[in-house]
Design a binder for this molecule. Sequence first.
Ligand code: 3NM
Ligand code: MG
Length: 517
Amino acid sequence: MIEVDYSVYLVTDSTMVPESSTFLKQVEDSINNGATLIQLREKKLSTLDFIERAKQVHELTKQKGIPLIINDRIDIALAIDAEGVHVGQDDMPAILARKLLGPNKILGVTCSNVEEAKTVAEEGIADYVGLGTVYKTNTKKDVKDPEGTGPIGIRKMLQVLFKYQKDTGKKIYSVAIGGINHSNANKVLYQCSIPGYGLDGLAVVSCIMANEDAGKATRELVEIILSRPEWTKNITETRSKCQLEDKLKSLRQNKPLVHHITNNVVKNFSANVTLAIGASPIMSELPEEYEEFASTIPNLSLVLNLGTPSSNLMEVFKHAIKVYNKHGKHILFDPVACGASKARLECSRILLNTGQVSVIKGNVGEISSIWKLTSTYEESTGNQASLMQGVDSIADLSEDQIIEIGREVSIDFKTVVVITGVNNYVIDGYTFEKIKGGHQLMSYITGTGCSLGSTIGAFLASAADGNFKSTFNVFDAVVGAVELYNLAGNNAGKVSSSPGTFMTNFIDQLYSMSVAQ
Ligand code: 3NM
Ligand code: MG
């Protein structure tokens, strides 16, 4: 069997080569600068021209000792003795392709959903799968899901492949494809993995083929693939057992800025809460200024609140996620009422596919809805995963089930999860902390849920001091914020008998506990 390195997989397209270059030069430059595998994908060439081109590319790949895969055309692969073939779902079925190719050629198959991944796994004859379309792309316009499957969809397919590997001991390699470029390659690798199983590589077309300098583009892509995602640099891996008092000291010193893109109902209250704990709020929905914020302000975080969604706001959210991810700044996502409609859950899916958030905060209903996005069962059988069996509504969930749902969301999205309620749960994989909820009067004041998001945002921005020297990690920051918020709520409740006075007492408590020390 041929040893294959799938990490940097160049799929060719002769229609996008810049005028300053030629098709063969693009491919050669890429091979000489780190491409580990080449797929010749020609949709319009005559058979004769295809063979000629395949021979030329094969000369180049043979010199470097890397495999050449031919898209779709098994006859051409056999004719020139290429190392393998890639088939899509509308091409020759994999079983027949394998028959024609024999056991020793590399066979790759495209999978766009869990069903297709299951079929490929069950047949067990593909060497690797191309999983996509990750993001929308101009290179392949006939894709069904215009937003792309995103990392959530890729992870679902990886779960199927991992299960197959556990059952059979056989591995099917995987690469992600579609809309991958220098700006997201690193994020895709980070987000498109599941515990115990990850992508073996990235397949790209335009970010190399259409580049004026295909060699440089390949080199830079290799560097990005090997580097660490920006936002993980802002996380101190080890916990320091830092107490709330120490976190508040850091908050007072760092005076963090919390950028809110939040709903119209709570803007005022959230700004007041942010100020009361000694942080500063900015409520900006002007995407043009985000790059400036994120690149110049060290103690900055972003709170994304889905409370009053709109098509315009979705574009603002998406832009913000990309910019904050690029600069490694923490994002808290508050999927307000995401279970209320299909459209709202879809907004959450799109945003969680756009980038990486550090914290997802919601009540049991909201976190359960997010959890449904990750379930691999519903697409194929219509059933929810076993975790929800025997549960008619979220009111029936036991504490263990709530924590398990939070844990699955945390592991799948690589994020800290906060579940609010009578008790609050802060969950980071197998680490969790239970924190008593605030006072019942809080439920009479709009924005007390959303403003916990502001408080967490402030702690997150304070933990990340811009020089990556934080003394507490994301989990600790979130625990601190939830502790402060609920302590202040309980203290305010003791001296208030009605919502109006509670509100002022709550702000006063937050202030006296954090600022006036
Ligand atoms: N297959 P770019 S997407 C060839 O989803 C191909 O199966 C896809 O091009 C799939 O890197 C795609 O320029 C094109 O976005 C990817
Ligand atoms: Mg095809």
